[in-house]
Design a protein around this ligand. Structure first.
Ligand code: GCW
Length: 670
């Protein structure tokens, strides 16, 4: 059905020129017996039949021309290869899940009407490619903007897990291999025997799609549900408790992926209570999971949310490095530190976290947020792959063995290449996206937000994927191949991060949203004068956090070459200025404008850009099914209005604060 949003990008709409694929054999031969291989064959049949408008069938054996789906154990792990031969076409995978990846990739080629060629073997960039849902067992979702949980209701796993299975299919289609289904602020009884039996049902519906189930756990579990008088990670009773809990889990879920841990952070208890380190806590879990093949994702998001505003040296951004660097090299090999992309908290623009370059003997993964918490909550269109690509390509210039700076972009670190294992092999690492899909028909509420989930998978598989390729392919698969649609949608997506940044906090200032409420809409000073540390220090003399050596010293956490670039006003990029420096309002940017005039202009320009989304979208009426057309139009109309709210709130605040009028006489006159 055209209007069935749950199909997301897997719509398989008939393509305009099916004739170009007329030599593609109509028989799919797959001998595979596993659920994943059957799913792969069925997916191929369904996709080709629908897109090419002729029947395809699946057979166990075949004579003559066929599309052969086969297992090839010689391929590298999780890899596939597509090749033509005299019998037709081969899609070979190193595992059943890899056959699925090959099938989805092949279907994507057809959907985007690209030629079928022999392709070189495709392998994922890293082993961890997960989404983290922040779903609570009661069915609510922390920072969820698309309805209630697809997994839980009323303290239990839902009876009907159809949507969970469909979600796993979507994840598999972009190579995601793990899904943590519950909030990192985990319900304390998450690991109760009753809940574990229910979680096993989710693992069952994920399994055919090669998606492994993971769970967030609370470190106090040995005490809260185990009845012990302690959760001290080095206590032998606690160690034994985790071992038997792991055994219990693997009995129910043999392919369980592992635990995600939020500890000593935002009110969650942790090892600090006993004077233990994050490594003490992570390792006891890791050792319990190891015999079964599981991993621990220990979050680097550990900070003090009761910072002293009056202390000019206090700086939340420092917390990651300050808390973890001393433990480098003490984490077990199946522990991965899960680091948010920036040092604060998923703002519209932050520098990358210096922790990526500070851990040399520890596995790390990057955590990004598809859930648009600070980026418009799926009421605004923000194409986040643009931001993630900027992050992944940011070169930290970490010194090599010879002490000289070398190319160490974030992507080379999280894929385990920049700081390899002692034997030279790539470290385990990867990509996690906080995703928060809900029961809304289209999963994330804004149809355009689905480009973020799609793009996350593509970048996790290959962080070198160009963002315009992601935007183009997603648009064609989601909205169809009409020429006007293809010329319009990707262009709208590709400019949207900058537009949203222009509504909100410019020049790396951090958040100007109301942080004490829902993190939505302007609440300019709410980030100031409290313990949360998302400060920007908007004062009479100027604005911005001084993180130089004279200030909080945070800049020195970066490798020397990058630190020098950020420390100097001559080389700091305009878009990060206020993250690192406190400057007067009439400070002149590299762009030639004063800071405050640039803020006025940016907010007018981005409100105008948002207003223009409406006619741009209207130009596509009749080229997109009416239901999705109308739904998206309403969201653009909302964004256009909300952009004006943002524009005026921010511009008036800056005009009042700085006392400097807008050179164009707009502010305050609307
Ligand atoms: O950004 C903050 C969010 C919290 C979240 C926390 C985290 C799950 O506002 O809702 O809690 O980050 O990442 O742990």
């Amino acid at each position: 059905k055209a209007e069935d949003g749950s199909a997301a990008w897997l719509r398989y709409a008939p393509i305009a020129n099916a004739k170009q694929y007329e030599t593609l054999p109509a028989v799919i031969v797959s001998r595979g017996e596993s659920a994943s291989e059957r799913a792969a064959a069925e997916e191929l049949r369904r996709g080709l039949t629908s897109m090419l408008g002729r029947p395809f069938t699946v057979a166990k054996n075949g004579r003559g021309a066929a599309i052969l789906l086969t297992a090839d154990a010689h391929l590298p792990s999780e890899s596939y290869r597509i090749a033509r031969n005299i019998h037709g076409l081969h899609i070979d995978g190193s595992s059943p899940a890899a056959e699925l990846y090959g099938v989805f990739h092949f279907l994507e080629l057809i959907a985007s009407q690209r030629p079928i060629r022999d392709e070189k073997t495709q392998s994922p960039s890293a082993t961890i490619r997960w989404t983290d849902e922040w779903d609570n067992l009661n069915g609510t979702i922390e920072r969820g903007y698309a309805g209630r949980s697809i997994f839980f209701d009323n303290g239990h796993v839902r009876a009907d897990l159809t949507r969970a299975g469909e979600y796993a299919r979507l994840l598999a289609s972009v190579g995601i291999n793990g899904c943590n289904v519950n909030n990192v602020n985990a319900d304390l009884d998450t690991l109760s025997p009753e809940h574990l039996r229910e979680f096993a049902r989710i693992a069952d519906v994920f399994r055919p799609w090669g998606v492994k189930l993971a769970l967030s756990i609370d470190l106090t579990s040995p005490q809260t549900i185990g009845g012990l008088d302690t959760f001290d990670p080095v206590d032998p009773k606690v160690i034994a408790w985790w071992q038997s809990k792991a055994a219990e889990i693997y009995k129910l879920i043999p392919d369980f992926a592992g635990f995600t841990v939020k500890a000593d952070s935002e009110g969650r208890k942790g090892p600090s209570q006993y004077g233990r380190t994050p490594a003490d806590a992570a390792n006891v879990l890791a050792r319990a999971l190891k015999p079964h093949g599981g991993v621990v994702l220990y979050r680097g998001f550990v900070y003090n949310n009761h910072l002293d505003w009056n202390d000019r040296k206090a700086d939340r951004a420092r917390a990651g490095v300050d808390n973890f660097v001393k433990n480098d090299g003490t984490f077990d090999p199946n522990v991965i530190i899960q680091i948010k992309e920036g040092p604060i908290d998923f703002q519209a623009r932050e520098p990358v976290s210096p922790l990526f370059a500070a851990l040399h003997k520890t596995n790390v993964a990057i955590e990004v947020q598809t859930a648009q918490e600070y980026t418009g909550q799926q009421r605004h269109m923000v194409f986040l792959p643009s931001m993630w690509k900027w992050v992944l390509d940011t070169d930290l210039r970490a010194p090599g063995a010879d002490g000289k700076p070398r190319a160490t972009p974030v992507k080379s670190i999280v894929t385990g290449h920049a700081f390899p294992n002692a034997d030279g092999s790539a470290r385990m690492g990867g990509f996690i996206s906080v995703t928060n899909v809900g029961l809304d028909a289209n999963w994330l509420h804004h149809p355009m937000a689905m480009a973020n989930l799609y793009g996350f998978g593509r970048l996790a598989w290959n962080p070198d994927t160009p963002v315009d390729e992601i935007a183009n392919t997603w648009s064609t698969m989601t909205w169809g191949s009409d020429a006007a649609v293809r010329a319009t949608v990707p262009k709208m997506l590709l400019g949207s991060w900058q537009v949203y940044e222009g509504h909100t906090g410019p020049n790396g200032i951090g958040t100007l949203t109301n942080i004490l409420g829902y993190h939505f809409g302007p609440g300019i000073e709410s980030a100031e004068r409290n313990g949360w540390g998302q400060w920007f220090r908007g004062e009479k003399d100027g604005i911005g956090m001084d993180r130089t050596s004279a200030g909080t010293g945070y800049i020195q956490q970066y490798p020397p070459e990058l630190a020098a670039k950020y420390e100097s006003l001559a080389t700091i990029p305009d878009d990060l200025l206020l993250f690192f420096h406190h400057v007067p309002y009439d400070y002149r940017l590299h762009s030639g404008k004063t800071l405050v005039q640039s803020i006025y202009d940016t907010h007018y320009a981005s409100a105008l850009a948002a207003a223009e989304y409406v006619p741009q979208w209207k130009s596509l009426q009749g080229r997109i099914d009416p239901e999705r057309y109308t739904q998206t139009l309403h969201l653009f109309e909302f964004q256009a209005g909300h952009a004006i709210v943002w524009r005026d709130a921010i511009n008036q605040w800056f005009a009042k604060q700085s006392g400097i009028p807008d050179a164009m006489h707009r502010v305050g006159n609307d």
